[in-house]
Design a protein around this ligand. Sequence first.
Ligand code: ZN
Length: 401
Amino acid sequence: MKIKTYNAEKMGQSNKRVVLNMIRFYPGISRRDLAEAVGLDPSTVTKIIRDLQERGWVREVGLDGHFHPGRPAIKLEIVREVAVSFAVELTVQRICIGRGYLDNSVDGLLSFQTPQDKSVGVYFDALAQHLEAQFTNEPPDNLVSISVSVPGLVEWGSNILRSIPRMKWLDVDLEAELRSRLPWLNERKLKILTVNEAKLGLLTEMATNKKLAGMKNGIYLYIAQGVGGALLIGDELYHGSNNIAGELGHMIVSPNGTLCDCGNRGCLETYISIDSVVRAYEKRYAPLEGDFRDRFDALMEMARTKDAQVMAVLDEMADYMAIGIANLVNIYDPDFVLLGGMGFQFPDDFVESVSERVYGHLLLSLKGRLLILKGSMDVDSLTLRGATLTAMNEFVKKSFL
Ligand SMILES: [Zn+2]
């Protein structure tokens, strides 16, 4: 009997988690739609919602406009301030910090240039200084964690940065670096979560991009100053045996190519990262202004006006991108390939041209069956949304074990 009670209680907790998450991802959902979606008895849902309302986590926000037999349905939404996380995006040249909330929204964005000196101590001093200012100027009441997106190898579930080739970092303990500089992390018992930026990008797209609804297998190419990736296999993020899977950018596509930061030659990254494309343009034509992201933005702007020089550089990028993607599609046979990160800025005809080349390389033309598309949001929104999603998923999991 004891076991049965325990199980029932445990089930009750996980039902609460499911219901809360449904309201997080479908704001405005009604009790009756919820009951239908999660397959629970309407009276159970009503009980769970009452409990969540008493905790102050969920509120009613008026009636939905749909026609229903009987009474109109009351819409529900999350009280976002119940949990706050500092969402942080680390990149080589910029750091971005935002505040993420339980309803997955992010605001209060701040972005700053990283120090020239990329040594671990200097970099984390700069990050800690900005986090300290955020914390002291406007301390959030319900801060639960700091969630960090990083551009390199980090083992899933750990805060050890195994390798960030572009900064020449190996085995950096991000958690220790932050805790030693920010005593309030321990005082407030805050959790630190670190995830690879590409995995966060894919998680965000899966949660928000309607074009991917129902798709179970996908390849996500994260294009930024480096090139990362993530694999969705059977509706799950694939981590690999050592939790480091998805480094698509270091696929070697030319054995005698340019030396990559990882030590190999001719990695896909050396042809299609934004730095590589910017360098290719500058070497052939003219220097551009600003950091690499500014310079890439300028190229994309010129691509929109069909600037012949930019088009020539992009044509080469498309060739290598198509080779990399075709290799992956032949191996994984996915439903979709998503060009994420700064790929969001690619002109539509560029995506089309990459797609045509991919179809041409495949063993079986999957035209009409394989969706190749670009990401749905800019790179900062993507990673900060992803960091927030991760932080809040963890918070909900811990709250309703
Ligand atoms: Zn490489």
